[in-house]
Design a protein around this ligand. Structure first.
Ligand code: ADP
Ligand code: MG
Length: 252
């Protein structure tokens, strides 16, 4: 049994206007082992967010199965979903999704507040994470008082605070400058070295080059994959660029 198993996943959206159908995911099949750091690459509109949102239980697949440690997520009951997501999954969004009327501290602790934890416990869990992410001096600030990179680090702290089985990240560097991008990717590599399983979707070659394995998605299907193996991040960057060029040529 794999850690995460995606089996014949399909997602069709029915638009309200005109009753049109959009097939966002045709047939997605892959597995992720515990401790892997996987990036999913694809053009805009290829189904990356849809895929991540179905795994995160933010959206329901039309067909197929998603198994996390053998548990079938797609058939989970509504009332189970919120607490399951809180206990097992951490989600990092491109646009941070922090609450503007909450301080960074309150944003980071929110998943634990919702789980009914005591304040001191929450502080004890938060402080080391905030320190590692170098935002411990910003905890009393509001999101609009800090930079994009700092907001994203707070969002990552919020995702990490429940000690999730799986971190899901949707274009996490998409709104960051290059320095903040480097910091975030360095942090992801560090937590992965300590055993954190990560699944990140991105169209950034740089972001993907930090992952240990890359799946390429096009038109709602996975059509290629690359393993980092012994390659350095720079070599991986070259390899991904090369692969993307070959794949686009092949598609024409
Ligand atoms: P990506 O994240 O790779 O850019 P998405 O998963 O957001 O791609 O979208 C995949 C396809 O599904 C696109 O054609 C998009 O327009 C469509 N789509 C996404 N969300 C919806 C929705 N809620 N309703 C209808 N179509 C959608
Ligand atoms: Mg997207």
């Amino acid at each position: 049994m794999s850690f995460l198993e995606i089996k014949e996943l399909k997602k069709v959206y029915f638009t309200r206007v005109g009753g049109n159908q959009v097939t966002a995911l045709k047939n997605i099949d892959f597995t992720v082992e515990e401790g892997e750091y996987t990036a999913i690459m694809g053009e805009s509109g290829s189904g990356k967010t849809t895929l991540l949102n179905t795994i995160a239980l933010l959206d329901q697949p039309t067909e197929g199965k998603i198994l996390l440690k053998g548990k079938d997520l797609a058939s989970m009951k509504d009332k189970e979903i919120a607490s399951f997501r809180r206990n097992h999954l951490g989600y990092v969004f491109q646009d941070f999704n922090l609450l503007d009327t909450f301080t960074l501290e309150d944003n980071i602790m929110l998943p634990l507040v919702l789980a009914g934890e005591e304040y001191q416990n929450m502080r004890n869990k938060m402080i080391p994470i905030a320190e590692t992410l170098s935002i411990d001096h910003l905890l009393e600030k509001y999101p609009y008082e800090v930079s994009g990179g700092e907001k994203q680090r707070a969002a990552v702290a919020r995702a990490m605070i429940t000690n999730p089985d799986l971190i899901l990240a949707d274009e996490p560097t998409g709104a960051l400058d290059s320095h903040s991008t480097d910091e975030l990717l360095k942090y992801f590599s560090e937590i992965n070295d300590k055993g954190q399983t990560l699944l990140m979707v991105t169209h950034s070659v740089k972001a993907a080059s930090f992952a240990k394995r890359i799946l390429f998605i096009q038109d709602g299907k996975i059509f290629h994959q690359l393993y980092k193996g012994e390659r350095t991040q720079k070599e991986m960057y070259e390899e991904i660029s090369h692969t993307l060029t070959m794949l686009t040529k092949g598609a024409k």
